[in-house]
Design a protein around this ligand. Structure first.
Ligand SMILES: Nc1nc2c(ncn2[C@@H]2O[C@H](COP(=O)(O)OP(=O)(O)OP(=O)(O)O)[C@@H](O)[C@H]2O)c(=O)[nH]1
Ligand SMILES: [Mg+2]
Length: 541
């Protein structure tokens, strides 16, 4: 697989082009949904359409295994699910696309949430047969909360599923967003022939390719030709589309950007149907980067000197090199490889010599980046999630929330002679946020506590400790279920209470753990002077 040609960023004279113009041709978005709706498949289909890769599907996985471009971790390939988000940058027509494929599983929702802090729009997938699933609903809520415009894609239309109009009703009733379909399916779910393009009334007929490995040929037909070809199936699509128009389900750019409506497209990611339309919609309708609010809510101008923030840290992408990649979202100015920037958290300089453009697991050197771009900074041991980097006047972007952990377990090295590897692994996984790592003097460094939103995070941490760091661990579950942020003043008194334990997280925050809500309520009632601040619950984001 070869990555895209380097993205042109300089004009003929070699001087940097206008940062505002460059920002205007960036589209930075996340693909989100309930597990299994087809995010990684769609990600690959988009890359295929943009001609970043030559073939989609089985080609990238080993025989008998499924593997997509963005699912690179061995555990992901083995299980067929995404565990960690992946970034892809490519150009399409005159647009630079920064796409982030996220994991759907609720246990990894912190990772998805981190990505949502770094994007300007989201593509929400709905499985045509399953409709709005639990995680989909939570993600719609997170997008509303953060004001992220959502483009909805009804996927898997090649399989039997729900009625298209019924699906639109469900979206309207349950998300509060008015669905405004841009395309409408010709053929019921399971008999996907093409789409009616509601913007010009034309028929886009798709043709299947072997295994969906290549772009599906698309034929554009007029309404008359479509009627002659598809008969009643076409007429039904037209009637339904007219019904939608009568009820006002028509795209309105302002309402979309204001998070009041969501454009809808119909697709089959696995057959590459409807994927070209989605790319065009992303280019045409998805918002470009705008001035990003800083910590105080003050918009920081796009054309200010370089600034950006780290929204994700990932190690272990390259078993041969054991490096650590920090994903930076550029918010203002021009990023140039080699520039020395300041890390706002530490005040220390950071040299950006090893900046890369990321394409799943593949990477290549990146020279210049503009607002909206996602830059991979290699061997960035000094960078943590949420750090702001800047070149000019100091700016601080809002911190990235960690979610309230609900499961806790003590980790111990299975083989005590591997203690060094154990320490290194724990530090790395904690830094990435794979698990939150809590320690206390009483327990000692050899027995850190893993705190997680969902138990699959334990599995990922164990797997990576063993395979990446060569330090197999045992995990002993603890009976706690609730965590609150506390402080140094309250800690001694909390430590004496029953069913409570205070531990320190790697970022210095003190967490009080409770076995149940009654233990917490009793303390809150009897000792109101104690600091016990709730953490963000996973469902609220
Ligand atoms: N029939 C059909 N199957 C699809 C389609 N898109 C994806 N799939 C299949 O659905 C399964 C899940 O696809 P993924 O792309 O891994 O789904 P995902 O949303 O990335 O899953 P997570 O990242 O684990 O949440 C795979 O077996 C895909 O081949 C589609 O359009 N039609
Ligand atoms: Mg996936």
């Amino acid at each position: 697989m070869t990555a895209t040609a380097p993205i042109r960023t300089d004009d003929a004279e070699g001087t940097p082009t206008d940062v505002v113009t460059e920002a205007a041709r960036r589209r930075t978005f996340a693909v989100i949904s309930h597990p299994d709706a087809g995010k990684s498949t769609l990600t690959e289909a988009l890359a295929l359409h943009a001609r970043v890769i030559g073939q989609a599907g089985a080609v990238h996985g080993k025989a008998g295994r499924r593997g997509t471009l963005s699912d690179w971790m061995d555990m992901e390939r083995a299980r067929g699910i995404s565990i960690t988000s992946a970034a892809l940058q490519f150009s399409y027509r005159d647009t630079v696309v920064n796409l982030l494929d996220t994991p759907g599983h609720a246990d990894f929702s912190e990772d998805t949430y981190r990505v949502l802090t770094a994007v300007d729009a989201a593509v929400m997938l709905i499985d045509a047969a399953k409709g709005l699933e639990a995680q989909t609903m939570k993600l719609f809520a997170v997008c509303r909360h953060r004001g992220i415009p959502v483009i909805t894609v009804v996927n898997k239309w090649d399989r039997p599923g729900m009625d298209a109009l019924a699906l639109m009703d469900e979206v309207a009733d349950r998300t509060g967003l008015a669905p405004t379909p841009l395309t409408w399916p010709v053929g019921i779910a399971g008999d996907f022939r093409g789409v009616l393009d509601r913007r010009d009334g034309s028929y886009r007929h798709f043709t299947r390719t072997a295994g969906g490995a290549t772009i599906a040929p698309e034929q554009v037909l007029s309404a008359e030709e479509a009627l002659a070809r598809e008969g009643d199936t076409w007429s039904q699509a037209v009637e339904e589309s007219e019904l939608l128009t009568e009820t006002g389900a028509v795209h309105d750019q302002e309402l979309f950007l204001a998070h009041a409506s969501t454009p809808v497209l119909f697709a089959s990611a696995v057959s590459n149907f409807g994927v070209g339309q989605l790319l065009d919609v992303l280019v045409g309708l998805a918002p470009a980067p705008v001035d990003r609010p800083d910590e105080d809510g003050e918009p920081h101008p796009l054309d200010a000197p370089f600034s950006g923030f780290v929204f994700k840290v990932q190690a272990g992408m390259d078993a041969g090199h054991r490096d650590r990649l920090a994903y930076l979202r550029v918010c203002s100015g021009v990023f140039e490889r080699g520039m020395v920037v300041t890390n706002g958290r530490t005040g220390r300089p950071f040299a950006t010599k090893y900046a890369q453009q990321v394409l799943g697991r593949e990477r290549e050197t990146l020279e210049t980046a503009y607002p909206g771009d996602v830059v991979g900074l290699v061997n960035a041991a000094a960078l943590g999630v949420g750090d702001t980097l800047y070149a000019g006047d100091p700016v601080v972007y809002p911190p990235i929330t960690t979610f309230a952990p609900e499961h806790f377990a003590v980790a111990r090295a299975a083989d005590t002679s591997k203690y060094k590897q154990f320490r290194k692994g724990i530090e790395t996984l904690g830094g990435e946020g794979v698990v939150q790592v809590l320690v206390s003097e009483r327990r000692g460094d050899g027995a850190p506590v893993f705190a997680v939103v969902g138990p699959m995070q334990f599995e990922v941490a164990s797997h990576r400790m063993e395979h990446e760091f060569g330090a197999r661990i045992s995990l002993e579950p603890l009976p706690y279920t609730i965590a609150r942020i506390t402080d140094r003043e309250s800690a001694p008194e909390l430590a004496t209470a029953r069913d409570v334990e205070v531990l320190q997280r790697a970022d210095g925050e003190l967490l009080a753990l409770f076995t149940n809500k009654w233990a917490l309520q009793v303390l809150e009632r009897n000792k109101p002077h104690l600091t016990l601040v709730p953490m963000v619950a996973a469902e609220l984001g």
